[in-house]
Write a protein that binds this ligand. Structure first.
Ligand code: 8X3
Length: 249
């Protein structure tokens, strides 16, 4: 059975991806919150073999130590899903808190680079594998009050394209997934726990749910070996581009 390594599995898209891939992969579940990881481990252990790995993608040493600490059989990683990422704040560049801006670069860009650099040597040893990066429509279109979040996701888009080229002769495939509006803890985190403001983002139309994106990830990684799904953008039906929605209220 193949092994998938998924970051950010304690909630949202990462958790849903683990739940879907559990049917045909052994899973390395990564996250910062050990208690949440244990919960998911208990749930999925009934279906497949699980190895939980607690680390913060922002901490370079922690990332490399965690990946290198994997028992030998778990180091044969076939699929890496770089899902960990979030948004902090939604305000103009001049008003944004510098700590928030830095956090988005540290998690969404540097964290993805650390994890990929740590896992890739094991994939290269096997002459094959698949990296799935979670970008966003925000990586393709910049919106007001989101300069640095959008920049962080534009970086993910570029890294996906560059990795695909650099790994062309290695047998490793790269998929970039760009979701639009998905109702998860994303907006609650963005608005620092303000659930009312967060739920307004998804009011008046049917947003995507985490499982919709997880299905796309499963579709990409379960293709025949010669098929490389390069880039997928997924919107709810009510979304026309990054910022245009039909809302019923
Ligand atoms: C999440 C989608 O458009 O709310 O990355 O930023 S968006």
């Amino acid at each position: 059975m193949k092994t998938a390594f998924i970051t950010g599995t304690t909630s949202g898209i990462g958790k849903a991806t683990a739940q879907i891939l559990a049917s045909n992969y052994r899973l390395i579940l990564c996250g910062r919150r050990a208690d949440k990881l244990v919960e998911l481990q208990k749930e999925l252990e009934e279906i497949t073999e699980i190895y939980p790995l607690v680390f913060d993608v922002r901490n370079k040493v922690e990332v490399f130590d965690a990946v290198n600490s994997l028992p030998e059989k778990w180091k044969a990683i076939d699929v890496l899903v770089n899902n960990a990422g979030n948004a902090h704040g939604l305000s103009s560049f001049q008003e944004a808190d510098l700590n928030d801006l830095e956090a988005m670069i540290d998690i969404n860009v540097k964290g993805l680079i650390y994890v990929t650099k740590a896992v890739l040597p094991y994939m290269l040893k096997q002459n094959g594998g698949h990296i799935v990066n979670l970008s966003s429509i925000a990586g393709k279109e910049t919106y007001a009050n989101g300069a640095v979040y959008c920049a962080s996701k534009a970086a993910v888009e570029s890294i996906s394209k560059g990795l695909r080229l650099d790994l062309l002769h290695s047998g490793i495939k790269v998929t970039n997934i760009a979701p639009g509006a998905v109702e998860t803890e994303f907006s609650v985190v963005r608005f620092k726990g303000d659930k009312q403001r967060a739920s307004k983002v998804y009011e008046g139309y049917e947003p995507l749910i985490a499982q919709d994106i997880a299905q796309a990830i499963a579709y990409a990684v379960n293709q025949p070996e010669y098929v490389q799904i390069a880039d997928v953008t997924i919107f709810p039906k009510a979304q026309g581009n990054g910022t245009t929605f039909v809302k019923k209220i």
